[in-house]
Ligand binder design. Structure first.
Ligand code: SF4
Length: 419
């Protein structure tokens, strides 16, 4: 009895039967007939894995890929949940069960305890967070292991630990002077674990404000990793002047600061940034305003301070979506965030004039690596029992990173309930 049919390319189909026999059909251009059945013997796991080579999916048409994704999803049923970040391309987002920013997706991942597989269409640090928050029986899959984040790569845990030691040596951290480490979600699991160990917390762009509020009240200082811009823009909202913010360059002694600078600082910012949001410059704001005087400029706080300062509004990905969604018909928006999200908003709201703040492409190239062929490949392998591209955080890191992530979730939810 045949129970599976998978088209590997336009000309090759594979049938998998109940007894794990694999037959390959070579399909001619005009007539479809079976030319050969290569093997009639029982085959091992390796052969099944080989049947699902990514390169074969790359040869398929978009329609064929979509068909494969749907078939695999049907076969997996509720065993799989597909999560899609807002910056994902449309042809991937259309297959996602749930979409959101990194905070929403981490909460969703933690809630879907029934799903055996969490297929994360995002980047590596997001999949790590999902693995940390998931149950032991769940497996998190990243359809392309090359989907990393340049910002997260700008801070290693060794550099962070070294910075912490240096701050202790000069007495910036002591029994009398308390410093809280806070890391942006866009960081490795090891840095999240460091924060969990040191009474710190994780934040996202959507909850940075309430978490800064709590931590600035409780601690003498904060050290923020790895995005200097989110840290600076949020610190300014709390009235911390720029002179009280030190920038820590991990490649220099004391991060390139004097002891005095570090003692004086209320906020120590790690020298990291997002390569996508870093492309928006103050002159882009001036340019759009000159072209369209009544346009509103709306940017993400990962943009540099000089851009945020010139904008009309700034906030997280969810804030950007909600602002545009609730804006009146005919309103005009220049948006400083990732290209795929801006294009989706343009399509969703044809009655509003929406444009990207910068004329050149601002796309998250690493997120873009998760393409429909990768998703089809990952899902079909899972449906066939092959676990591919699993993201697994080691036990100790998971334990401490979970403390920092759970702290973020509970403090954020408490804050929402209060307001
Ligand atoms: S948009 Fe920037 S911060 Fe977000 S995943 Fe891409 S590189 Fe990282």
């Amino acid at each position: 009895m045949w129970f599976g049919l998978r088209k590997i390319s336009r000309s090759v189909k594979i049938f998998v039967c109940e007894s794990q026999l694999i037959c390959i059909l070579l399909i001619g251009q005009e007539t479809r007939k079976m030319i050969t059945v290569l093997e009639k013997e029982k085959v091992g796991e390796e052969d099944v894995q080989n049947a699902f080579l990514l390169e074969n999916y790359l040869k398929m048409s978009d329609a064929e890929i979509a068909e494969h994704i749907e078939l695999a999803r049907k076969k997996l049923g509720s065993r799989v949940v597909v999560l899609g970040h807002h910056y994902q391309r449309d042809d991937v987002i259309r297959h996602a069960d749930l979409t959101g920013d990194s905070y929403q997706l981490s909460v969703m991942a933690a809630q879907r305890k029934d799903a055996e597989f969490i297929v994360f269409c995002g980047v590596h640090f997001m999949a790590e967070s999902a693995d940390i928050l998931s149950e032991p029986h769940q497996k998190v899959i990243l359809p392309d292991l090359g989907a990393g984040c340049s910002m997260a790569d700008m801070a290693s845990v060794e550099q962070v630990e070294d910075a912490w030691e240096q701050l202790k040596e000069i007495g910036v951290i002591s029994d009398k002077n308390t410093v809280a480490p806070m890391t942006y979600m866009n960081s490795s699991a090891a840095i999240k674990a460091f924060c969990g160990r040191e009474r710190g917390v994780v934040c996202t762009s959507s909850n940075a404000i309430p978490l800064f509020d709590l931590y600035l009240k409780e601690f003498d200082k904060m050290m923020f990793f790895p995005d200097q811009h989110l840290g600076r823009n949020t610190g300014l909202k709390f009235g911390i002047p720029l002179e009280k913010m030190a920038l820590w360059n991990p490649h220099e002694e004391l991060g390139g600061n004097t002891e005095e600078d570090l003692h004086k600082a209320k906020l120590i910012l790690w020298k990291g940034h997002c390569s996508v949001h870093g492309r928006f410059k103050p002159w882009h704001v001036e340019q759009v305003r000159k072209e369209t005087p009544d346009i509103k400029v709306l940017v993400h706080p990962e943009c540099m301070y000089e851009v945020v300062e010139k904008s009309d509004l700034n906030g997280s990905t969810s804030f950007i979506i909600n602002t545009v969604t609730n804006a009146p018909s005919g309103s005009k928006w220049a948006i400083g965030t990732e290209l795929n999200l801006v294009l989706r908003l343009q399509k969703q709201f044809p009655d509003k004039e929406i444009r990207l703040l910068a004329p050149d492409l601002c796309m998250c190239a690493t997120m873009y690596r998760i393409a429909p062929p990768n998703l089809a490949w990952a899902l079909e392998n899972l449906a066939a029992g092959n676990i591919v591209n699993q993201i697994s955080v080691d036990g100790e890191t998971k334990h401490f990173a979970n403390i920092a992530l759970e702290r973020m979730i509970s403090l954020t939810e408490q804050n929402k309930a209060k307001n």
